[in-house]
Design a protein around this ligand. Structure first.
Ligand SMILES: Nc1ncnc2c1ncn2[C@@H]1O[C@H](COP(=O)(O)OP(=O)(O)OP(=O)(O)O)[C@@H](O)[C@H]1O
Ligand SMILES: [Mg+2]
Length: 494
Protein backbone atom coordinates (compact mmCIF):
# COMPACT_ATOMS: atom_id res chain seq x y z
CA UNK A 1 0.00 0.00 0.00
CA UNK A 2 0.96 3.61 -0.14
CA UNK A 3 2.70 4.00 3.19
CA UNK A 4 6.26 2.74 3.31
CA UNK A 5 7.73 1.02 6.32
CA UNK A 6 10.33 3.75 6.69
CA UNK A 7 10.90 4.88 10.21
CA UNK A 8 10.95 8.50 11.13
CA UNK A 9 14.46 8.13 12.44
CA UNK A 10 15.82 7.16 9.04
CA UNK A 11 17.97 9.78 7.41
CA UNK A 12 18.74 11.76 10.58
CA UNK A 13 22.11 11.58 12.35
CA UNK A 14 22.44 9.24 15.35
CA UNK A 15 21.48 10.99 18.57
CA UNK A 16 23.57 10.87 21.74
CA UNK A 17 22.78 12.11 25.23
CA UNK A 18 25.80 13.07 27.37
CA UNK A 19 25.38 12.99 31.14
CA UNK A 20 27.93 14.41 33.58
CA UNK A 21 27.90 16.87 36.44
CA UNK A 22 31.17 18.41 35.28
CA UNK A 23 30.69 21.09 32.70
CA UNK A 24 34.22 20.73 31.27
CA UNK A 25 33.79 16.98 30.65
CA UNK A 26 30.47 17.59 28.88
CA UNK A 27 32.09 20.29 26.82
CA UNK A 28 34.98 18.11 25.65
CA UNK A 29 32.80 15.11 24.87
CA UNK A 30 30.42 17.28 22.92
CA UNK A 31 33.17 18.86 20.80
CA UNK A 32 34.67 15.48 19.89
CA UNK A 33 31.40 13.77 19.07
CA UNK A 34 29.83 16.67 17.20
CA UNK A 35 32.80 16.59 14.88
CA UNK A 36 31.85 12.97 14.12
CA UNK A 37 28.49 14.23 12.87
CA UNK A 38 26.27 13.06 15.72
CA UNK A 39 23.39 15.02 17.20
CA UNK A 40 24.29 15.80 20.82
CA UNK A 41 22.20 16.69 23.86
CA UNK A 42 23.52 17.25 27.38
CA UNK A 43 22.24 16.67 30.89
CA UNK A 44 24.04 17.53 34.12
CA UNK A 45 22.32 14.96 36.34
CA UNK A 46 20.69 11.55 36.13
CA UNK A 47 17.33 13.16 36.83
CA UNK A 48 17.65 15.67 34.00
CA UNK A 49 18.79 12.85 31.73
CA UNK A 50 15.67 10.83 32.48
CA UNK A 51 13.48 13.83 31.71
CA UNK A 52 15.17 14.22 28.34
CA UNK A 53 14.93 10.54 27.56
CA UNK A 54 11.22 10.60 28.34
CA UNK A 55 10.74 13.47 25.90
CA UNK A 56 12.82 12.19 22.97
CA UNK A 57 14.34 8.79 22.31
CA UNK A 58 18.14 8.66 21.97
CA UNK A 59 20.24 6.09 20.18
CA UNK A 60 23.00 6.22 22.77
CA UNK A 61 23.50 7.57 26.29
CA UNK A 62 26.99 8.21 27.65
CA UNK A 63 26.99 8.84 31.37
CA UNK A 64 29.49 9.32 34.16
CA UNK A 65 29.04 6.86 37.04
CA UNK A 66 29.95 9.19 39.86
CA UNK A 67 27.58 12.10 40.12
CA UNK A 68 25.98 13.80 43.12
CA UNK A 69 22.43 12.52 43.65
CA UNK A 70 21.56 9.55 41.53
CA UNK A 71 24.56 7.84 39.99
CA UNK A 72 25.14 6.61 36.45
CA UNK A 73 24.21 3.12 37.63
CA UNK A 74 20.82 4.40 38.88
CA UNK A 75 20.30 6.04 35.52
CA UNK A 76 21.14 2.78 33.76
CA UNK A 77 18.64 0.88 35.92
CA UNK A 78 15.91 3.46 35.25
CA UNK A 79 16.52 3.33 31.52
CA UNK A 80 16.43 -0.46 31.39
CA UNK A 81 13.23 -0.43 33.42
CA UNK A 82 11.59 1.86 30.90
CA UNK A 83 12.36 -0.73 28.26
CA UNK A 84 14.15 2.03 26.41
CA UNK A 85 16.03 0.85 23.34
CA UNK A 86 18.92 3.27 23.93
CA UNK A 87 22.37 1.79 24.48
CA UNK A 88 24.25 3.05 27.54
CA UNK A 89 28.00 3.58 27.85
CA UNK A 90 29.27 4.39 31.36
CA UNK A 91 32.35 6.42 32.14
CA UNK A 92 34.06 4.87 35.15
CA UNK A 93 36.69 6.24 37.47
CA UNK A 94 40.27 5.05 37.22
CA UNK A 95 40.67 1.63 38.85
CA UNK A 96 36.98 0.80 39.29
CA UNK A 97 36.91 -2.30 37.08
CA UNK A 98 34.50 -4.14 39.36
CA UNK A 99 31.89 -1.39 38.99
CA UNK A 100 32.34 -1.54 35.24
CA UNK A 101 31.78 -5.29 35.13
CA UNK A 102 28.75 -4.90 37.34
CA UNK A 103 27.38 -2.21 35.02
CA UNK A 104 27.76 -4.50 32.01
CA UNK A 105 25.84 -7.18 33.86
CA UNK A 106 23.04 -4.72 34.50
CA UNK A 107 22.66 -3.97 30.84
CA UNK A 108 25.24 -1.30 29.99
CA UNK A 109 26.51 -1.70 26.46
CA UNK A 110 30.14 -0.78 27.29
CA UNK A 111 32.27 1.33 29.60
CA UNK A 112 35.07 3.84 29.22
CA UNK A 113 37.63 3.96 32.06
CA UNK A 114 38.95 7.41 32.80
CA UNK A 115 41.17 8.84 31.49
CA UNK A 116 40.41 7.88 27.89
CA UNK A 117 41.86 9.07 24.61
CA UNK A 118 39.52 10.75 22.13
CA UNK A 119 40.15 7.91 19.69
CA UNK A 120 38.96 5.32 22.24
CA UNK A 121 35.81 7.35 22.72
CA UNK A 122 35.19 7.60 19.00
CA UNK A 123 35.72 3.88 18.38
CA UNK A 124 33.51 2.80 21.27
CA UNK A 125 30.75 5.15 20.16
CA UNK A 126 31.00 4.07 16.52
CA UNK A 127 30.72 0.42 17.48
CA UNK A 128 27.70 1.10 19.66
CA UNK A 129 25.95 3.01 16.90
CA UNK A 130 26.61 0.23 14.40
CA UNK A 131 24.78 -2.05 16.73
CA UNK A 132 21.91 0.42 16.93
CA UNK A 133 21.72 0.54 13.13
CA UNK A 134 21.72 -3.23 12.89
CA UNK A 135 18.97 -3.52 15.43
CA UNK A 136 16.94 -0.94 13.58
CA UNK A 137 17.38 -2.84 10.33
CA UNK A 138 16.14 -6.04 11.94
CA UNK A 139 13.15 -4.17 13.24
CA UNK A 140 12.46 -2.88 9.76
CA UNK A 141 12.68 -6.37 8.28
CA UNK A 142 10.29 -7.70 10.87
CA UNK A 143 7.92 -4.87 10.18
CA UNK A 144 8.06 -5.54 6.45
CA UNK A 145 7.34 -9.19 7.04
CA UNK A 146 4.37 -8.24 9.14
CA UNK A 147 3.15 -5.88 6.49
CA UNK A 148 3.43 -8.54 3.85
CA UNK A 149 0.84 -10.44 5.82
CA UNK A 150 -1.55 -7.50 5.97
CA UNK A 151 -2.50 -4.81 3.55
CA UNK A 152 0.88 -4.93 1.98
CA UNK A 153 0.13 -8.03 -0.04
CA UNK A 154 -1.94 -5.75 -2.24
CA UNK A 155 0.10 -4.17 -5.00
CA UNK A 156 -0.92 -1.10 -6.92
CA UNK A 157 -0.73 2.65 -6.47
CA UNK A 158 -3.42 3.63 -8.97
CA UNK A 159 -6.05 5.93 -7.55
CA UNK A 160 -8.64 3.19 -7.82
CA UNK A 161 -6.55 0.99 -5.55
CA UNK A 162 -5.73 3.80 -3.17
CA UNK A 163 -9.45 4.26 -2.67
CA UNK A 164 -9.68 0.54 -1.89
CA UNK A 165 -6.86 0.74 0.70
CA UNK A 166 -8.50 3.71 2.31
CA UNK A 167 -11.79 1.84 2.64
CA UNK A 168 -10.06 -1.28 3.98
CA UNK A 169 -8.36 0.74 6.68
CA UNK A 170 -11.57 2.46 7.62
CA UNK A 171 -13.75 -0.66 7.80
CA UNK A 172 -11.20 -3.08 9.25
CA UNK A 173 -11.38 -1.99 12.92
CA UNK A 174 -15.18 -1.81 12.92
CA UNK A 175 -17.14 -5.01 12.82
CA UNK A 176 -19.24 -3.99 9.82
CA UNK A 177 -20.21 -6.49 7.16
CA UNK A 178 -18.47 -5.75 3.88
CA UNK A 179 -19.46 -6.81 0.41
CA UNK A 180 -16.43 -7.02 -1.87
CA UNK A 181 -17.25 -6.86 -5.55
CA UNK A 182 -15.21 -6.89 -8.73
CA UNK A 183 -14.46 -9.04 -11.73
CA UNK A 184 -12.80 -12.40 -11.41
CA UNK A 185 -9.13 -12.19 -10.44
CA UNK A 186 -9.19 -8.60 -9.18
CA UNK A 187 -8.12 -9.50 -5.64
CA UNK A 188 -11.37 -9.83 -3.68
CA UNK A 189 -10.04 -12.60 -1.50
CA UNK A 190 -6.87 -10.66 -0.77
CA UNK A 191 -8.98 -7.71 0.31
CA UNK A 192 -11.01 -9.93 2.64
CA UNK A 193 -7.79 -11.25 4.19
CA UNK A 194 -6.42 -7.74 4.56
CA UNK A 195 -9.57 -6.62 6.39
CA UNK A 196 -9.24 -9.57 8.72
CA UNK A 197 -5.56 -9.10 9.43
CA UNK A 198 -6.00 -5.39 10.09
CA UNK A 199 -8.89 -5.99 12.48
CA UNK A 200 -8.93 -6.75 16.19
CA UNK A 201 -9.87 -10.31 15.16
CA UNK A 202 -6.54 -10.92 13.47
CA UNK A 203 -5.56 -13.62 15.93
CA UNK A 204 -8.85 -15.41 15.36
CA UNK A 205 -9.48 -17.66 12.36
CA UNK A 206 -10.20 -16.49 8.83
CA UNK A 207 -12.61 -19.05 7.44
CA UNK A 208 -13.52 -19.02 3.77
CA UNK A 209 -16.73 -20.62 2.61
CA UNK A 210 -17.07 -21.19 -1.09
CA UNK A 211 -20.80 -20.68 -1.41
CA UNK A 212 -20.83 -21.72 -5.05
CA UNK A 213 -19.54 -25.15 -4.13
CA UNK A 214 -21.92 -25.76 -1.21
CA UNK A 215 -24.29 -28.55 -2.13
CA UNK A 216 -27.70 -27.72 -0.72
CA UNK A 217 -27.92 -30.95 1.19
CA UNK A 218 -24.67 -30.28 3.02
CA UNK A 219 -25.05 -26.61 3.86
CA UNK A 220 -26.16 -27.13 7.42
CA UNK A 221 -23.54 -29.68 8.26
CA UNK A 222 -20.84 -27.54 6.64
CA UNK A 223 -21.85 -24.33 8.32
CA UNK A 224 -23.20 -25.55 11.66
CA UNK A 225 -21.35 -28.80 12.14
CA UNK A 226 -22.83 -31.96 13.59
CA UNK A 227 -22.74 -34.23 16.60
CA UNK A 228 -21.56 -37.77 16.44
CA UNK A 229 -24.38 -39.97 15.22
CA UNK A 230 -26.44 -37.08 13.85
CA UNK A 231 -26.80 -39.05 10.63
CA UNK A 232 -25.38 -42.24 9.28
CA UNK A 233 -21.73 -41.56 8.60
CA UNK A 234 -21.34 -38.95 11.34
CA UNK A 235 -18.65 -40.88 13.17
CA UNK A 236 -17.46 -38.01 15.29
CA UNK A 237 -18.47 -34.48 16.20
CA UNK A 238 -17.49 -31.94 13.61
CA UNK A 239 -17.47 -28.20 14.03
CA UNK A 240 -19.08 -26.10 11.35
CA UNK A 241 -17.48 -23.13 9.64
CA UNK A 242 -19.37 -20.61 11.73
CA UNK A 243 -18.12 -22.15 14.91
CA UNK A 244 -14.57 -22.30 13.56
CA UNK A 245 -14.83 -18.61 12.78
CA UNK A 246 -15.84 -17.70 16.34
CA UNK A 247 -13.88 -14.58 17.37
CA UNK A 248 -12.62 -14.45 13.82
CA UNK A 249 -13.95 -13.70 10.37
CA UNK A 250 -16.11 -15.76 8.05
CA UNK A 251 -15.66 -14.97 4.39
CA UNK A 252 -18.66 -15.95 2.27
CA UNK A 253 -17.11 -16.17 -1.17
CA UNK A 254 -18.94 -16.40 -4.52
CA UNK A 255 -22.25 -15.45 -2.91
CA UNK A 256 -23.69 -14.61 -6.31
CA UNK A 257 -23.61 -18.30 -7.19
CA UNK A 258 -25.84 -19.59 -4.38
CA UNK A 259 -29.18 -21.16 -5.03
CA UNK A 260 -32.18 -19.35 -3.56
CA UNK A 261 -32.63 -22.12 -1.02
CA UNK A 262 -29.03 -21.68 0.17
CA UNK A 263 -29.52 -17.93 0.32
CA UNK A 264 -32.48 -18.40 2.62
CA UNK A 265 -30.45 -20.56 4.97
CA UNK A 266 -27.54 -18.13 5.02
CA UNK A 267 -29.87 -15.24 5.68
CA UNK A 268 -31.33 -17.06 8.65
CA UNK A 269 -27.91 -17.56 10.23
CA UNK A 270 -27.00 -13.94 9.69
CA UNK A 271 -30.22 -12.78 11.30
CA UNK A 272 -30.26 -15.11 14.25
CA UNK A 273 -26.52 -15.38 14.88
CA UNK A 274 -27.14 -18.64 16.65
CA UNK A 275 -27.71 -22.21 15.58
CA UNK A 276 -27.55 -25.79 16.70
CA UNK A 277 -25.18 -28.41 15.48
CA UNK A 278 -27.03 -31.13 13.55
CA UNK A 279 -28.19 -33.65 16.11
CA UNK A 280 -27.14 -31.24 18.86
CA UNK A 281 -29.14 -30.31 21.92
CA UNK A 282 -28.10 -26.79 22.67
CA UNK A 283 -27.98 -23.48 20.89
CA UNK A 284 -24.54 -22.21 19.91
CA UNK A 285 -23.86 -18.51 19.74
CA UNK A 286 -20.88 -17.23 17.86
CA UNK A 287 -19.11 -13.92 17.58
CA UNK A 288 -18.13 -13.72 13.93
CA UNK A 289 -17.53 -10.96 11.49
CA UNK A 290 -19.01 -11.53 8.06
CA UNK A 291 -17.34 -10.57 4.80
CA UNK A 292 -18.77 -11.53 1.43
CA UNK A 293 -17.61 -11.40 -2.17
CA UNK A 294 -18.93 -11.93 -5.64
CA UNK A 295 -17.99 -11.21 -9.22
CA UNK A 296 -21.65 -11.04 -10.22
CA UNK A 297 -23.81 -7.99 -10.61
CA UNK A 298 -26.11 -8.62 -7.66
CA UNK A 299 -28.49 -5.76 -8.43
CA UNK A 300 -29.14 -7.39 -11.78
CA UNK A 301 -29.51 -10.78 -10.11
CA UNK A 302 -32.10 -9.23 -7.80
CA UNK A 303 -33.99 -7.83 -10.77
CA UNK A 304 -33.88 -11.26 -12.39
CA UNK A 305 -35.21 -12.85 -9.22
CA UNK A 306 -32.01 -14.84 -8.72
CA UNK A 307 -30.81 -13.13 -5.54
CA UNK A 308 -32.71 -12.22 -2.38
CA UNK A 309 -32.89 -8.49 -1.89
CA UNK A 310 -33.02 -8.78 1.92
CA UNK A 311 -29.83 -10.84 1.91
CA UNK A 312 -28.21 -8.29 -0.37
CA UNK A 313 -28.91 -5.45 2.04
CA UNK A 314 -27.71 -7.48 4.98
CA UNK A 315 -24.37 -8.15 3.28
CA UNK A 316 -23.88 -4.86 1.51
CA UNK A 317 -23.44 -2.63 4.55
CA UNK A 318 -20.23 -1.29 3.06
CA UNK A 319 -19.23 -2.06 -0.51
CA UNK A 320 -15.66 -2.31 -1.69
CA UNK A 321 -15.51 -2.41 -5.46
CA UNK A 322 -12.23 -3.55 -7.00
CA UNK A 323 -11.23 -1.95 -10.28
CA UNK A 324 -10.46 -4.27 -13.20
CA UNK A 325 -6.80 -4.35 -14.19
CA UNK A 326 -7.48 -2.72 -17.58
CA UNK A 327 -8.62 0.39 -15.68
CA UNK A 328 -5.34 0.61 -13.81
CA UNK A 329 -2.77 -0.43 -16.38
CA UNK A 330 -0.25 1.88 -14.72
CA UNK A 331 -0.02 -0.76 -11.97
CA UNK A 332 1.10 -3.49 -14.41
CA UNK A 333 4.87 -2.87 -14.03
CA UNK A 334 4.69 -3.00 -10.22
CA UNK A 335 2.64 -6.21 -10.36
CA UNK A 336 5.08 -7.76 -12.82
CA UNK A 337 7.92 -6.86 -10.50
CA UNK A 338 6.07 -8.29 -7.50
CA UNK A 339 5.22 -11.58 -9.18
CA UNK A 340 8.63 -12.07 -10.75
CA UNK A 341 10.26 -11.59 -7.36
CA UNK A 342 7.87 -14.05 -5.79
CA UNK A 343 8.41 -16.72 -8.42
CA UNK A 344 12.16 -16.18 -8.43
CA UNK A 345 12.12 -16.79 -4.69
CA UNK A 346 9.90 -19.85 -5.06
CA UNK A 347 11.98 -21.36 -7.85
CA UNK A 348 15.30 -20.27 -6.39
CA UNK A 349 16.23 -18.40 -9.57
CA UNK A 350 17.53 -14.88 -10.05
CA UNK A 351 14.84 -12.25 -10.63
CA UNK A 352 14.10 -11.97 -14.33
CA UNK A 353 14.09 -8.71 -16.20
CA UNK A 354 11.70 -8.30 -19.11
CA UNK A 355 12.19 -6.67 -22.48
CA UNK A 356 10.55 -3.36 -23.30
CA UNK A 357 8.65 -5.02 -26.10
CA UNK A 358 7.19 -7.53 -23.67
CA UNK A 359 6.19 -4.84 -21.18
CA UNK A 360 4.59 -2.81 -23.97
CA UNK A 361 2.62 -5.88 -24.99
CA UNK A 362 1.33 -6.24 -21.44
CA UNK A 363 0.19 -2.64 -21.44
CA UNK A 364 -1.92 -3.29 -24.55
CA UNK A 365 -3.61 -6.41 -23.28
CA UNK A 366 -7.22 -6.09 -22.01
CA UNK A 367 -6.68 -8.50 -19.09
CA UNK A 368 -10.07 -10.19 -18.93
CA UNK A 369 -8.68 -12.41 -16.17
CA UNK A 370 -7.27 -9.40 -14.31
CA UNK A 371 -4.42 -9.78 -11.82
CA UNK A 372 -4.72 -13.57 -11.70
CA UNK A 373 -4.19 -13.71 -15.47
CA UNK A 374 -1.11 -11.49 -15.20
CA UNK A 375 0.26 -13.58 -12.36
CA UNK A 376 -0.17 -16.80 -14.35
CA UNK A 377 1.42 -15.25 -17.40
CA UNK A 378 4.50 -14.13 -15.48
CA UNK A 379 4.83 -17.57 -13.97
CA UNK A 380 4.67 -19.17 -17.44
CA UNK A 381 7.25 -16.77 -18.85
CA UNK A 382 9.62 -17.47 -15.99
CA UNK A 383 9.19 -21.23 -16.07
CA UNK A 384 9.44 -21.49 -19.85
CA UNK A 385 12.03 -18.72 -20.03
CA UNK A 386 10.18 -17.42 -23.05
CA UNK A 387 8.71 -13.95 -23.47
CA UNK A 388 6.78 -14.91 -26.55
CA UNK A 389 4.29 -16.69 -24.32
CA UNK A 390 1.06 -14.82 -24.84
CA UNK A 391 -1.60 -13.68 -22.46
CA UNK A 392 -4.53 -16.05 -22.58
CA UNK A 393 -8.11 -15.03 -22.94
CA UNK A 394 -10.63 -16.62 -20.58
CA UNK A 395 -11.21 -19.49 -22.98
CA UNK A 396 -7.56 -20.33 -22.65
CA UNK A 397 -6.68 -19.24 -26.18
CA UNK A 398 -3.74 -17.03 -26.94
CA UNK A 399 -4.93 -13.55 -27.82
CA UNK A 400 -3.88 -11.89 -31.05
CA UNK A 401 -0.28 -10.93 -30.90
CA UNK A 402 0.23 -7.39 -32.06
CA UNK A 403 3.48 -8.34 -33.75
CA UNK A 404 3.63 -9.53 -37.35
CA UNK A 405 0.83 -11.95 -38.18
CA UNK A 406 1.98 -15.47 -38.82
CA UNK A 407 1.31 -16.59 -42.39
CA UNK A 408 -1.67 -18.90 -42.53
CA UNK A 409 -3.30 -17.72 -39.31
CA UNK A 410 -6.41 -16.75 -41.17
CA UNK A 411 -8.74 -16.87 -38.18
CA UNK A 412 -8.61 -13.15 -37.41
CA UNK A 413 -10.71 -11.29 -40.01
CA UNK A 414 -8.66 -8.14 -39.40
CA UNK A 415 -5.68 -9.85 -40.96
CA UNK A 416 -7.47 -9.94 -44.29
CA UNK A 417 -7.97 -6.16 -44.43
CA UNK A 418 -5.66 -3.46 -45.78
CA UNK A 419 -3.50 -2.07 -42.94
CA UNK A 420 -5.33 1.24 -42.54
CA UNK A 421 -8.73 -0.36 -42.39
CA UNK A 422 -7.54 -3.07 -40.04
CA UNK A 423 -6.10 -0.48 -37.71
CA UNK A 424 -9.31 1.57 -37.83
CA UNK A 425 -11.44 -1.47 -37.11
CA UNK A 426 -9.22 -2.55 -34.25
CA UNK A 427 -9.22 0.92 -32.73
CA UNK A 428 -12.97 1.27 -33.06
CA UNK A 429 -13.44 -2.10 -31.42
CA UNK A 430 -11.28 -1.02 -28.54
CA UNK A 431 -13.00 2.34 -28.19
CA UNK A 432 -16.38 0.68 -28.04
CA UNK A 433 -15.26 -1.71 -25.38
CA UNK A 434 -13.59 1.05 -23.44
CA UNK A 435 -16.55 3.42 -23.39
CA UNK A 436 -19.12 0.67 -22.88
CA UNK A 437 -17.19 -0.31 -19.83
CA UNK A 438 -16.99 3.24 -18.48
CA UNK A 439 -20.69 3.79 -19.16
CA UNK A 440 -21.54 0.66 -17.23
CA UNK A 441 -19.24 1.64 -14.42
CA UNK A 442 -20.69 5.13 -14.21
CA UNK A 443 -24.21 3.74 -14.64
CA UNK A 444 -24.74 5.92 -17.69
CA UNK A 445 -23.68 9.12 -15.97
CA UNK A 446 -22.01 11.05 -18.79
CA UNK A 447 -20.22 13.53 -16.53
CA UNK A 448 -18.71 10.71 -14.61
CA UNK A 449 -17.61 8.92 -17.79
CA UNK A 450 -15.97 12.14 -18.93
CA UNK A 451 -14.13 12.35 -15.62
CA UNK A 452 -13.02 8.74 -15.76
CA UNK A 453 -11.83 9.06 -19.34
CA UNK A 454 -10.18 12.41 -18.69
CA UNK A 455 -12.15 13.90 -21.57
CA UNK A 456 -14.17 16.98 -22.15
CA UNK A 457 -17.90 16.31 -21.85
CA UNK A 458 -18.66 17.65 -25.29
CA UNK A 459 -15.95 15.61 -27.01
CA UNK A 460 -17.09 12.57 -25.11
CA UNK A 461 -20.65 13.12 -26.22
CA UNK A 462 -19.58 13.32 -29.88
CA UNK A 463 -17.44 10.21 -29.47
CA UNK A 464 -20.27 8.24 -27.90
CA UNK A 465 -22.62 9.31 -30.68
CA UNK A 466 -20.07 8.30 -33.28
CA UNK A 467 -19.72 4.90 -31.65
CA UNK A 468 -23.50 4.50 -31.48
CA UNK A 469 -23.29 4.22 -27.73
CA UNK A 470 -25.96 6.84 -27.16
CA UNK A 471 -29.02 7.52 -29.23
CA UNK A 472 -28.55 10.16 -31.92
CA UNK A 473 -31.58 12.09 -30.73
CA UNK A 474 -30.37 12.29 -27.11
CA UNK A 475 -30.20 15.88 -26.06
CA UNK A 476 -26.70 17.23 -26.16
CA UNK A 477 -25.54 18.17 -22.67
CA UNK A 478 -24.54 21.71 -22.02
CA UNK A 479 -20.86 22.26 -21.90
CA UNK A 480 -19.44 22.46 -18.42
CA UNK A 481 -22.87 22.21 -16.88
CA UNK A 482 -22.87 20.47 -13.55
CA UNK A 483 -23.65 16.82 -13.83
CA UNK A 484 -27.27 16.29 -14.75
CA UNK A 485 -26.89 12.70 -15.77
CA UNK A 486 -29.62 10.75 -17.49
CA UNK A 487 -29.99 8.52 -14.46
CA UNK A 488 -30.87 11.38 -12.16
CA UNK A 489 -27.51 11.94 -10.56
CA UNK A 490 -26.37 8.70 -9.08
CA UNK A 491 -23.09 9.76 -7.67
CA UNK A 492 -22.40 6.94 -5.25
CA UNK A 493 -18.93 5.49 -5.19
CA UNK A 494 -18.29 3.23 -8.12
N1 LIG B 1 -3.51 -6.02 -5.98
C1 LIG B 1 -2.91 -7.23 -5.99
N2 LIG B 1 -1.61 -7.34 -5.65
C2 LIG B 1 -1.00 -8.52 -5.65
N3 LIG B 1 -1.59 -9.67 -5.99
C3 LIG B 1 -2.88 -9.65 -6.35
C4 LIG B 1 -3.62 -8.42 -6.36
N4 LIG B 1 -4.87 -8.70 -6.75
C5 LIG B 1 -4.92 -10.01 -6.96
N5 LIG B 1 -3.74 -10.61 -6.73
C6 LIG B 1 -3.42 -12.04 -6.89
O1 LIG B 1 -4.21 -12.51 -7.98
C7 LIG B 1 -4.83 -13.74 -7.67
C8 LIG B 1 -6.33 -13.59 -7.68
O2 LIG B 1 -6.75 -12.82 -6.57
P1 LIG B 1 -8.06 -13.20 -5.74
O3 LIG B 1 -8.19 -14.67 -5.58
O4 LIG B 1 -8.09 -12.37 -4.51
O5 LIG B 1 -9.14 -12.69 -6.79
P2 LIG B 1 -10.72 -12.75 -6.72
O6 LIG B 1 -11.19 -11.37 -7.00
O7 LIG B 1 -11.16 -13.39 -5.46
O8 LIG B 1 -11.07 -13.66 -7.98
P3 LIG B 1 -12.34 -14.64 -8.21
O9 LIG B 1 -13.54 -13.77 -8.41
O10 LIG B 1 -11.97 -15.36 -9.46
O11 LIG B 1 -12.44 -15.51 -7.01
C9 LIG B 1 -4.30 -14.15 -6.31
O12 LIG B 1 -3.22 -15.02 -6.49
C10 LIG B 1 -3.86 -12.86 -5.69
O13 LIG B 1 -2.80 -13.09 -4.80
MG1 LIG C 1 -12.10 -15.17 -5.10
Amino acid sequence: MATSPRRESEGRPPSILLVDDEETVLYTLEIVLRREGYAIERASSAREALEKVAATPFDLIISDVNMPGESGLDLLAAIRKRDDQALVILITAYGSETIAVDAMKRGAYDYLPKPFANDDLKITVRRALEKVALRRENLLLRQQLHERQGLHTLIGAHEGMRRVYDLIERVAPNDVTVLITGESGTGKELVAQAIHSLSARKDGAFIRVNCAALPETLIESELFGYERGAFSGAMARRLGKFELADRGTIFLDEIGDMSLATQTKILRILQEKEFERLGGQHVIKVDTRVLAATNRDLTKAIRDGAFREDLYYRLNVVNIQLPPLRDRLSDVPALVDHFSRRFAEKLGRPVRTFSEEFMARLMRHPWPGNVRELQNLIERVIILDDESVLPLDPRGEATTRPAAPTPGSGTDPLLGLPYKEAKEALLRGFERRYFEHLLARARGNISKVARLAGMHRKNLYLKLKDLDLIKRDDEEPEEDSPATPPDGGNSGPD
